[in-house]
Design a protein around this ligand. Structure first.
Ligand code: GRF
Length: 212
């Protein structure tokens, strides 16, 4: 039984998608806890209402990033997870944190990495004038929004799009690819070879959506 801890900062819709898929498909996994750095993260309500233990570690109560990350590691490890899932967790993590969870820390980023790391990815995509955009699930390394990519989903950028319409189109795909990546991890189907993620048996690591 794979034990999973999910970290959120807000709405938590990716966490919700993972929890719902885990329940629907009876994953051989347990969501051991949902942890937020913000006490008012609305995703906590969903987790509580689904009987998942929740915890809050308010980053504002710590003197610096290192201190917060140190406590966060203690808290996460108290649930002895096999996998830590960042789902809209809006914190830059220290090298110590990242190396502690090497190979078992996943993140989702709302762009087709390596394009548009950082914040405001939908605005960045519109400003660049690209015709496709998307999201990436990747293992976390020390470099921000970088690391071996597990699966990507692409969506078209349509005439008349603004950041909100584009974000909505991308988010729908995020809710498909994140549960899929987590399931691959649970089923031991993922390996990393020279920075490249291999899935075995092979399955497409790119989802191309034509959804409007
Ligand atoms: C998502 O777009 C995710 O890719 C990004 O932050 C957003 C979080 O949304 N990292 P939610 O909290 O999962 O609804």
């Amino acid at each position: 039984m794979t034990s999973i801890v999910i970290l959120i900062s807000g709405r938590g819709s990716n966490m919700e998608a993972i929890v719902k898929t885990a329940q629907k498909d009876a994953w051989p996994a347990k969501i051991a806890a949902v942890i937020s750095n913000r006490p008012d993260a609305s995703g906590l309500d969903f987790a509580r209402s689904h009987g998942i233990p929740t915890a809050v570690l308010d980053h504002k109560k710590f003197k610096d990033r290192a201190e917060f990350d140190h406590q966060l590691v203690q808290l996460i490890d108290s649930y002895t997870p096999d996998l830590v899932v960042l789902a809209g967790f809006m914190r830059i993590l220290t090298g110590d944190f990242v190396s502690h969870y090497e190979g078992k820390l996943l993140n989702i980023h709302p762009s087709l990495l390596p394009l548009f790391p950082g914040l405001h990815t939908h605005e960045q995509a519109l400003a660049a004038g690209v015709s496709e955009h998307g999201a990436t699930v990747h293992f976390v390394t020390e470099a921000l929004d970088h690391g071996p990519m597990v699966i990507q989903a692409s969506v078209p950028v349509l005439p008349g799009d603004d950041a909100d319409t584009l974000a909505k189109r991308v988010l729908k795909q995020e809710h498909i690819i994140y549960p899929r990546a987590v399931r691959w991890f649970i089923d031991n189907r993922i390996s990393i070879d020279q920075g490249r993620v291999l899935v075995s048996p092979p399955e497409s690591q790119l989802l191309v959506s034509q959804d409007k």
